[in-house]
Design a binder for this molecule. Structure first.
Ligand code: HEM
Length: 543
């Protein structure tokens, strides 16, 4: 018997407890020693070791917002999340290096995360977009992504699809209304999420999913087929993944702890299920493309314009715009896992974000009758009495007030709470010199509601966007909700198209009354402000 095993056998439960207590005391001492000797001490709450400062079961965006109001007056403060120091920036001037980065700053502040724990274990940190930590690989993916998403963001086909899906949705709403389901009250967040999922599924994979169909039949207690049920399970998984994304960052050493282990395993199962569904679509589409392209009369124009097709033909002779200024060793066709990772980021990033933003928009309109009146006036002036014709791209162009409402909602409250960046090299920010790998957190609401840049920042005034804003000069765009600089949100155009279309489509034909005007927004306690539900009475306008 070795000396070591003898020692372990001799250990009694009391000794184990004492040993653990000594480690804990040591950890606490070490934590506070590092805290009190940290570089550039900034204002901020004193952290609790391991936990940091946040109540994990409460709206995190709201908690950060309260801290910003207490400590963020100078544009920079600090807080701790799970034992790690975060430098919070609430002044656009200090965030300029992330917002409008020069070529040099791009390289320094390109990283969103230093490590992406679970994704590294799954090997997906070198693929896709959102969690990719390999600069050259990300750059190529991003270039191809921008070209592909540009094609669908403002196309006539996308607008036609939105019109058609809405016809289906409104027929369900009218039927529920006629049958006085739940006294006319429906959950608008639940419907929007399913509508947007069905839309993005077609735009991404060319295939239809049946989430709105499922939801309607579920409410009516109808019999539901397996195919339709699958769409619903998929949506539940998408939301679970996004709401619980912080699980991916739990340090490896903690992942097997009894309570944590269950959540980590569930998170991986959900992620694998979503990924497998995407891989299925890729395999099907590859077969279709091979079949069509083997014909003698094949013309590239015969191929569909969805994202999946664009990724499959990227870096192949079928691609119309070959990629430039990227690492030439990467110029080969994507394999299934690479395409899967890009589509995965699209499907997880596009449904709950737009759903929540749109739920906030509906909530704000309901609480501002003057804004609602102006919105209805604009809709009436564009569509006159013709409420049933398809909305076109030209109509969308004219809906300027609609757009201003969305921007104002996103300014006041966005689904995006924070935007993170790590500096690859030591650098100076806000007059302080920071070592490399400092974690910077741009607080979206902190900048979007800062009185330095916005007149009456707490007031809901869509009209403000008809005048130039101070922020135009600072970072050249109106809202930091979609992130900033080199790594900003590539889906912002399609997100705005979806929300403008939905606003016009809904208010052209329906009136919305919130079920409880006094209720605050119902937000999940997650790093992203995901709206859980928005109950409202939806009343068809008299024809
Ligand atoms: C209102 C809706 C949306 C909001 C508020 C939003 C916000 C954001 C933010 C803040 C980021 C990080 C930006 C940064 O770090 O600077 C981001 C990244 C991203 N978003 Fe969105 N987004 C929305 C909709 C969409 C949609 C509709 C899509 C896809 C169709 C999408 C796809 C992505 C992707 C792929 C990334 C990762 C980009 C990269 O790492 O290069 N988003 N989004």
């Amino acid at each position: 018997m070795t000396l070591l095993s003898k020692i372990f056998i001799d250990i009694k439960p009391d000794n184990v407890f004492n040993f653990l207590m000594i480690i804990l005391c040591f950890y606490i001492f070490h934590f506070y020693y590092k805290y009190f000797t940290r570089v550039n001490p900034l204002p901020g709450p004193i952290p609790i070791p391991l936990i940091g400062i946040f109540m994990v079961n409460k709206d995190i965006d709201d908690q950060i917002n309260k801290l910003t109001k207490i400590y963020g007056y100078d544009g920079i403060f600090e807080f701790y999340i799970a034992g790690k120091r975060q430098i919070v920036i609430t002044k656009a001037e200090y965030a300029k290096k992330f917002l409008t980065p020069s070529a040099k700053d791009c390289k320094i502040y390109w990283k969103r995360f230093p490590k992406v724990g679970l994704f590294e274990d799954l090997g997906t940190h070198q693929r896709g977009l959102a969690f990719n930590v390999n600069f050259n690989n990300w750059k190529l993916n991003r270039q191809i992504y921008i070209q592909s998403i540009e094609k669908i963001s403002n196309s006539n086909e996308t607008i036609k699809l939105l019109n058609e899906l809405f016809e289906e949705l409104s027929s369900y709403w009218i039927d529920l209304n006629q049958n006085n389901y739940n006294s006319g009250i429906i959950d608008l967040t639940a419907w929007t999420k399913r509508f947007l999922n069905d839309l993005m599924f077609v735009l991404s994979t060319g295939k239809r999913s049946f989430a709105i169909n499922y939801y309607y039949h579920k409410l009516k207690n109808d019999k539901i087929t397996q195919k339709i049920m699958d769409s619903e399970h998929y949506i539940e998984c998408l939301t679970y993944f996004l709401v619980n994304i912080s699980i991916a960052f739990i340090p490896k050493i903690l992942r097997r702890f009894p309570l944590i282990r269950y959540h980590v395993d569930k998170f991986i199962d959900v992620r694998n299920f979503l990924f497998e569904r995407i891989l299925e679509s890729i395999r099907e589409r590859r077969e279709e493309i091979e079949k069509i392209s083997s014909s003698n009369s094949f013309d590239v124009k015969q191929l569909k314009e969805d994202l999946l097709t664009s990724f499959i033909i990227a870096n192949t002779p079928y691609e119309s715009h070959p990629q430039k200024s990227v690492d030439s060793s990467l110029l080969r066709a994507f394999n299934d896992d690479e395409i899967g990772s890009i589509l995965f980021d699209t499907l997880t990033g596009s449904t709950d974000s737009v759903t929540s933003a749109f739920s906030f928009v509906l909530y704000d309109i309901a609480h501002h009758p003057d804004v609602k009146k102006k919105l209805l006036d604009e809709i009436n002036s564009v569509f006159k009495d013709d409420l049933y014709r398809q909305i076109t791209l030209d109509d969308l162009e004219k809906l300027k007030y609609c757009e201003a409402i969305i921007l104002e909602t996103l300014r006041i409250r966005s689904p995006t709470t924070i935007i993170t960046r790590y500096n690859k090299e030591p650098d100076e920010i806000a007059g302080y010199k920071w070592p490399s790998n400092t974690s910077f957190v741009m607080h979206v609401r902190g900048i979007n509601n800062n009185p330095l840049y916005w007149e009456d920042p707490d007031k809901f005034m869509p009209e403000r966007f008809f005048k130039p804003q101070k922020t135009d000069k600072l970072y050249g765009f109106l809202s930091t909700s979609f992130g900033a600089g080199l790594r900003n949100c590539p889906g912002r155009k399609i997100a705005m198209t979806e929300m403008k279309m939905l606003l016009a489509l809904i208010y052209r034909r329906f009136d919305i009354e919130l079920a409880d005007m006094k209720a605050p927004l119902d937000i999940s306690p997650s790093v992203m402000a995901i709206c859980k539900k928005l109950e409202a009475r939806i009343i068809p306008n008299p024809i």
